[in-house]
Every structure is written in structure tokens, then in C-alpha cells.
Design a protein around this ligand. Structure first.
Ligand code: NAP
Ligand code: GLV
Length: 339
């Protein structure tokens, strides 16, 4: 039987590719950089399935031209790069990788909180670039002071899988009071750690650490803007491991320049890769990392496996385990049968 064609938009784990080859005729884009849009379009026109990353723009134009495309399996939990509504109309299945990256992303969030609160990167530079030696002060009561977390208020924006895990670590690990904002009340979190619900503006006014975990949607685009940054405490730290565009970058730069907030820890940016001369790189009280929330061996492998599981389930005519657009099953059954 002729195998359906699958285009994988970046090199991934060899064992996962081998597994997929049992079901699909696989082509892998093997450059380090993402395929340009024109290449993605050309491949989408040729294949039955796509294995995508968050850097691939899967818009309606591409989906409409991809006449044989039946499934877009994204190796990420966020899928703001995919026009899901358009895919659903066209009967194209969209899957993602929720859950398997929750721990890694929550841990990276805490790494950023700790790094900003205790000035870890700045302190490393202080040693490495000879400032410590130059000052000839082995230990000084006022040297490199940061802020303590115990007893402080952690404000979680978006208490879904990752936000809730960050909240749990804050309450149980660091003895912080947790407040959260979400579309829905999260009762288990309130019971489990005594988290309290706040509306967004109230949360921004009360929290010492504000950490963002909402998906990027039209509603969350620039949710943290100039007006909202002004509501934060001057001593507060902003952390973003969700999506860059949830924060208005220009407003954030202004907030940092004018001291409306005390610092920031950022894993995600409106422009990725962030240019090395971007204004954000000028602040000592800002820690920047290159979108590595899920970047552990364990998690990236689990994400690749879940992406493959979705593709294989679809091949077998089953509903993929982590299907995003559940309504698509009413339009077309899973599988490559002609319908
Ligand atoms: P999740 O479980 O869906 O959590 C998101 C939460 O935000 C949900 O509770 C959701 O409510 C809520 N929400 C959605 N829109 C909102 C709005 N307008 N206002 C307030 N709350 C809103 O997703 P997750 O697995 O925790 O992942 C969250 C996001 O993190 C992903 O979408 C992705 O963009 C980002 N992420 C980044 C990395 C990284 O490498 N830095 C890694 C993983 C994830 P509903 O459930 O009711 O929609
Ligand atoms: C990473 O950013 C993801 O959404 O999985």
C-alpha cells in the first residue's frame, strides 16, 4: 500500500522518525533554520500530513492550497501559529502536545524567577568579568542584594496546566501566597494551595512576582500593556514563559527604563530570535533566555513521541489523543480514506 506523505519541518529524534517511517513516507527539513514560507507552501501542497513547530506559519492560504493535507501535528502545546478555525472548516485535524512539557516549563519559569530575584546572571558577570576581584571585597553586607520569596505574593496569569504547576511550586516550595487570574475559577487549586482568585488589574496591583501562562489569542494579545504595567508594584518582577506578544514589548522597555517595575525574566519575545542589540538586552535587571521553556531531553523527546502518537492514531483511523479542533470529527472522520 502506498504510504501517505509526511513532511517534518525540522530535524527531530531519530527513533521517533524511524517509528513514523513505518506508517508514512517521511521527508525531514534538515537545516537548523525553519523552512521559508514558500518551501512550507510547496511541501504542504505535496503531502498528506505535516509535523510542525511553533515557528511554522500555517495560515489559511497554505491550508487552502494543501489539497491532500489531512493533519497538522504540532510539536508544541501552543498553536497560535496555526489557523485552527480555517483547518477545521477544511476538515484538517490539528494536534498539539499538552501536558508532557508542563514540568519543564514550570521549572524554567522558576529558574527565571530565581535568576531575577537573586540577580544570578548579574552576579555571574560580576565574578566572570573581574568586578569582584577589582573591588577587593570578599563579602560585603550590601553586596548583590536581591529579594526573598517566602511570604511574598505570586500572581499567576492563566492557571492552566503550567500556571497551576508554577503556583503549586510557589506555595509548597517557597511558602508564597498565590493569587491567580484566569477565564475560569480553578477550584482544585484554591482547595489544594489556598490560591485566591483576583481580576487581572487587582492581581497586578498585589503581586510581587507576576508570571504569565495564558495562550496567545486575540484576547491575550498585548494583555500586559502600558496601562497594566503601571498598575504593578515598583518592586515587582514580571516573568513571561507563555508567548512574547502577550506583553507589549515597547511598553515593557518603557516600564524598565522608568522603573515602574523592578525586573523581568523572559523566555519568549514578540520577535524571535531577539536581536542582540534589542533594547531589552541593555537592562541588568532583566534575564533573557531563547524560548527554552520545554528544552530538556526528557520533555523534548516526550513532545516528539506525542506528536508521532497523534500522527499514527490518525493513520489508523482513530481520533488523535491530543486533538485541538475536536469539531473536525463532525466534518471528516480521521484517517486517509477518501471521504
Ligand atoms: P493551558 O493548560 O491551556 O493553560 C492556559 C490557561 O489560560 C487556561 O486555564 C486557559 O483557560 C487560560 N486562558 C486562556 N485565555 C485566557 C484569557 N483570555 N484570560 C485569562 N485566562 C485565559 O495551557 P498550558 O499547557 O498551561 O500552556 C500555556 C501556554 O504556555 C501555551 O499556550 C504556550 O503558548 C506557552 N508555552 C510556552 C512554552 C515555552 O517554551 N516557553 C512551553 C510550553 C507552553 P481555558 O482552559 O478556559 O481556555
Ligand atoms: C512552546 O512554546 C510550546 O508552546 O510548546
Amino acid at each position: 500500500m502506498i504510504k501517505p506523505k509526511l513532511f517534518i519541518t525540522r530535524q527531530t529524534f531519530e527513533d521517533v522518525i524511524e517509528k513514523l517511517k513505518k506508517y508514512y513516507e517521511v521527508e525531514v527539513w534538515d537545516r537548523y533554520q525553519p523552512p521559508p514560507y514558500e518551501v512550507l507552501l510547496e511541501k504542504a501542497r505535496e503531502v498528506d500530513a505535516l509535523y510542525t513547530l511553533l515557528t511554522d506559519k500555517i495560515d489559511c492560504n497554505l491550508l487552502q492550497q494543501a489539497k491532500n493535507l489531512r493533519i497538522v501535528a504540532q510539536m508544541a502545546v501552543g498553536y497560535d501559529n496555526i489557523d485552527v478555525a480555517c483547518a477545521t472548516r477544511l476538515g484538517i485535524y490539528v494536534t498539539n502536545t499538552p501536558g508532557v512539557l508542563t514540568e519543564a516549563t514550570a521549572e524554567l519559569t522558576w529558574a527565571l524567577i530565581m535568576a531575577v530575584a537573586r540577580r544570578i546572571v548579574e552576579a555571574d558577570h560580576f565574578v566572570r568579568w573581574g568586578e569582584w576581584e577589582r573591588l577587593r571585597t570578599a563579602w560585603h553586607p550590601l553586596m548583590m542584594l536581591g529579594v526573598e520569596l517566602k511570604g511574598k505574593v505570586l500572581g499567576v496569569i492563566g492557571a492552566g496546566r503550567i500556571g497551576s504547576r508554577v503556583a503549586e511550586i510557589g506555595a509548597k516550595g517557597f511558602g508564597m501566597k498565590v493569587i491567580y487570574y484566569d477565564i475560569n475559577r480553578v477550584e482544585w487549586l484554591e482547595k489544594e494551595i489556598g490560591a485566591e482568585y483576583r481580576d487581572l488589574d487587582q492581581l497586578l496591583q498585589e503581586a510581587d512576582i507576576v508570571t504569565i501562562h495564558v495562550p496567545l489569542t486575540p484576547e491575550t494579545y498585548h494583555m500586559i500593556n502600558e496601562e497594566r504595567l503601571k498598575k504593578m508594584k515598583r518592586t515587582a518582577i514580571l516573568i513571561n514563559t507563555a508567548r512574547g506578544a502577550v506583553v507589549d514589548t515597547e511598553a515593557l522597555v518603557k516600564a524598565l527604563k522608568e522603573g515602574w517595575i523592578a525586573g523581568a525574566g523572559l523566555d519568549v519575545f514578540e520577535q524571535e530570535p531577539l536581536p542582540a542589540n534589542h533594547p531589552l538586552t541593555a537592562f541588568k535587571n532583566v534575564v533573557l533566555v531563547p524560548h527554552i521553556g520545554s528544552a530538556t531531553y526528557e520533555t523534548r523527546h516526550a513532545m516528539a513521541e506525542l506528536t508521532a502518537e497523534n500522527l499514527i492514531a490518525f493513520y489508523e483511523g482513530k481520533v488523535p489523543p491530543t486533538l485541538v479542533n475536536k469539531e473536525v470529527t463532525n466534518i471528516r472522520p480521521p484517517g486517509f480514506r477518501k471521504s
